[in-house]
Design a protein around this ligand. Structure first.
Ligand SMILES: Cc1cc2nc3c(=O)[nH]c(=O)nc-3n(C[C@H](O)[C@H](O)[C@H](O)COP(=O)(O)OP(=O)(O)OC[C@H]3O[C@@H](n4cnc5c(N)ncnc54)[C@H](O)[C@@H]3O)c2cc1C
Length: 395
């Protein structure tokens, strides 16, 4: 199954899905007919994740097609993503603790044979739980799972197989085309009862049978209780870090990355004279995810180059901090702009590039979209409170 890897293809998919984004979505979105047969959901998440399409335009298109009331459920789902990102952005320690946990647990896999055996059975689709084993295969083959499958998968992983949630989240992250530090990590935490204190998600065989259109019989027993995982040290929100202001007179270079591939719809604070991006996306272990990232990056760079009337340069990905300084100097830039990358691996790389630039007297200034600036400050408590701001956001 092909997920749209260019903006043009993603727009075409959005257009085709829009008639189903109203009341039909609210009624059918939990049904998962399986790969190649899904009609109730958009399957746009890989494109939205890299901002081939923005949350803002997808939400507004649904409202324009159906009105806010009928499109409410779809718009809310789109906004869950903005909510999760805003929530994590104010609490980067939750992401860094998760990364440290994954490293510790990977180390344990080499020493704890019971854990290693359970983990190997799960990720090689040998648990004997028909739906779970099918989802493992689908995830590895296509890089996508329906939301309901993700919830049930995570629940079975944690409460039936009794495996650490962090290893499950990492397994998702390695394969999902839409892998997102916020939606994935916080989605797993939500199922585990860590995100909404005391509230877990318990997968039910009946619900899986019903929502999968009878594809699964789910005869193997699933956990019947889902006790929240032991509490952890609370992380107090640090708030959104202020971004440095750009010099609006300085002709600037634009560095594009896969957190936001729609440079033409960002309000840039200074004139853009040249565009660059990495040669390739190298970090992903899954071939499919790497190929998707590279195809979407190529599309984003080509559009940005066309929009700003320049070529798109490619900078060696294995040494971006040095390459970006060389590129800025070769073009005579003292200021570079880049879309703000929320908490995650790209943000970590940008931080290193910023340090190298600063040492060379060049400013690398992240620019946040107005949608994020307006949405994220409301992600302080639960989604219930956040969603009251949705009408203003999409107005
Ligand atoms: C354990 C777990 C892990 C998840 N990991 C990710 C992830 O890494 N990346 C990711 O984008 N989503 C993640 N989700 C959320 C959700 O499952 C996917 O966004 C959705 O399944 C994508 O399919 P779709 O495009 O057909 O969604 P649709 O139902 O068509 O929804 C439209 C868009 O809204 C957004 N969206 C929908 N539901 C959610 C949600 N619950 N949370 C956040 N955004 C949502 C997506 O951008 C999606 O493309 C996760 C959910 C769970 C329970």
């Amino acid at each position: 199954m092909a997920f749209p890897a260019t903006r043009a293809d993603a727009l075409a998919r959005l257009e085709a899905f829009l008639p189903r984004a109203g009341r039909a979505y609210a009624a059918r979105r939990n049904f998962d007919e399986g790969p190649g047969r899904r009609s109730a959901v958009s399957e746009l998440s890989p494109a939205i994740r890299r901002r081939l399409l923005t949350e803002e335009e997808v939400a507004r298109a649904a409202v324009a097609a159906h009105g806010l009331e009928a499109a409410e459920k779809f718009v809310q789902e789109v906004c869950w993503r903005s909510y999760w990102r805003g929530w994590l952005e104010a609490r980067p320690a939750v992401w860094h603790r998760y990364l440290a946990d994954v490293a510790r647990l990977e180390d344990q896999l080499g020493r704890n044979s019971g854990l290693a055996a359970g983990f190997a059975e799960a990720v090689s689709a040998r648990t004997g739980i028909d739906c779970f084993d099918a989802w493992v295969q689908e995830l590895q083959e296509t890089g996508y799972l329906h939301n309901h499958a993700r919830m049930s998968f995570a629940s079975i992983w944690i409460f039936t197989l009794r495996l650490p949630w962090q290893l499950g989240a990492d397994f998702f992250f390695r394969h999902l085309l839409d892998a997102c530090p916020a939606s994935n990590t916080l989605g797993w935490r939500w199922v585990a009862g860590l995100q909404t204190q005391g509230k877990t998600y318990l997968a039910s065989a009946d619900t899986i049978r019903r929502t999968s259109g009878g594809r699964f019989s789910v005869e193997a027993p699933l956990a019947t209780r889902a006790e929240p995982l032991p509490g952890e040290a609370p992380v107090h929100p640090a708030g959104l870090a202020p971004l440095p202001a750009a010099d609006s007179d300085a002709p600037s270079g634009l560095f594009l990355h896969t957190e936001d591939l729609c440079a033409e719809s960002i309000t840039w604070p200074a004139p853009i004279r040249a565009v660059a991006g990495p040669t390739a996306i190298d970090g992903d272990p899954s071939d499919g995810k790497r190929a998707y990232a590279n195809a979407s990056l190529a599309d984003g760079l080509a559009r940005a180059a066309g929009h700003f009337g320049t070529a798109a340069d490619r900078l060696p990905v294995d040494n971006l901090p040095v390459a970006i300084v060389d590129w800025a100097r070769a073009n005579g830039f003292t200021q570079l702009l880049t879309p703000h990358a929320p908490v995650g691996p790209v943000a970590d790389r940008i931080a290193l590039m910023q340090q190298a630039c600063a040492a060379a007297g060049i400013r690398l200034v992240p620019v946040r979209r107005s949608w994020d600036s307006r949405a994220w400050p409301h992600a302080t408590r639960g989604f219930f409170q956040f969603k009251t701001h949705i009408p203003d956001l999409v107005a």
